[in-house]
Write a protein that binds this ligand. Structure first.
Ligand SMILES: Nc1nc2c(ncn2[C@@H]2O[C@H](COP(=O)(O)OP(=O)(O)OP(=O)(O)O)[C@@H](O)[C@H]2O)c(=O)[nH]1
Ligand SMILES: [Mg+2]
Ligand SMILES: [Zn+2]
Length: 309
């Protein structure tokens, strides 16, 4: 019997079968699957699995197999930088929820997110939240970023999850799709999902309680059905995004605009730093490539060199 993983804690799973029924799934002993990656979690939210029913009354089932993934997103495991953690599988898109302040999402973080989406073939969408708290300067900066990222080809939205502003356009983008929502802790992921699923109560945290007790922060990725069709996956807040599975030389290929311009570089193995005849550096000079994107390219490049390749 086929089922989709809706929640995974690492030791047990909530799976949904085609008839709409939810099951408590578990795996027997060490679940081993030979596939291309070694991760801390063999089964992730969004995975399609084969299960054998155990106890119909207790809704328990044994997961015995896992289908080939269309795609997946991984992070470095918070416990061991050498291991990967699969955030979710079989995604139609990944939405980065950003805020300009409380907390601030930097363009460095945004660019790392976009690179990982390109690496794993998951379309990326940027959503800026808490527009109700933006003053004129913030809005001007938002529009600068919107221009910057839309020019490259990414969709950008401005919303207030709490005040329910700008949500319709975002709902259209999520319609009939499996969307992952990610971003720093406190940007409003759970608040947004709550406004999409008013009948459910996804726990959100109080910023005033930031430093401690009473914090209701999301700890496991979890998928929810949207009333209008489609699914949304809430994920725990992330502090940093390690870029994994690519080498320094490959990085430019995952920057759509650098990739385009690099075809005109004199050397086809150009890394776009000090090589003569570099079309990318020239494009930065001519404002054809945003300087901040290029600066972040250099920073991400450096961070990749820290790893053992
Ligand atoms: N002003 C304002 N506050 C918001 C908005 N959306 C969310 N918040 C507040 O931001 C805080 C954090 O929201 P959450 O939804 O818990 O954030 P989260 O991204 O789920 O955080 P983690 O689960 O820790 O990753 C809460 O106090 C929300 O009320 C918004 O649109 N405007
Ligand atoms: Mg949350
Ligand atoms: Zn170059």
């Amino acid at each position: 019997m086929k089922a989709i993983i809706y929640k995974s804690t690492g030791s047990w799973y909530i799976c949904k079968t085609q008839d709409g029924r939810f099951w408590n799934g578990r795996t027997k002993g060490k679940f081993k699957i030979d596939r291309e990656i070694t991760s801390t979690n063999p089964i992730a939210v969004g995975d399609i699995v084969t299960m054998e029913l155990e106890d119909e009354l207790e809704n328990s089932a044994m997961i015995v197999g896992i289908d080939q993934r269309k795609n997946y997103l991984v992070r470095t495991s918070p416990h061991n930088k050498r291991l990967r953690h699969i955030v979710a599988a079989n995604l139609d898109q990944s939405i980065l929820l950003c805020t300009l302040k409380d907390p601030r999402t930097s363009t460095g973080f945004i660019d790392r997110f976009l690179v990982s989406c390109e690496v794993y073939h998951v379309p990326a969408v940027l959503v800026f939240n808490k527009c109700d708290e933006m003053d004129e300067d913030d809005l001007a900066y938002y529009h600068h970023l919107k221009d910057l990222y839309e020019t490259i080809g990414y969709k950008v939205f401005l919303i207030s999850a709490e005040q329910q502003i700008g949500l319709d356009a975002l709902f259209d983008v999520m319609h009939e799709k499996v969307s992952l929502i990610t971003g720093h802790s406190g940007v409003g992921k759970s608040t947004l999902i709550n406004s999409l699923l008013p009948h459910k109560d996804i726990r959100t945290q109080e910023v005033s309680d930031w430093s401690g007790k009473g914090m209701h922060t999301t700890t496991f990725a979890e998928m929810h059905d949207l009333a209008a069709g489609g699914q949304i996956i809430d994920t725990p807040g992330i502090r940093e995004l390690g870029i994994i599975d690519i080498s320094r030389a490959e990085l430019g290929g995952y920057y759509p605009e650098i990739n385009r311009w690099s075809k005109s570089c004199k050397y086809n193995n150009c890394l776009h730093f000090n090589e003569p005849g570099c079309a990318v550096k020239e494009a930065v000079k001519q404002n054809q490539i945003a300087e901040e994107r290029y600066v972040n390219y250099a920073k991400i490049y450096e961070s990749i060199s820290d790893q053992t390749w």
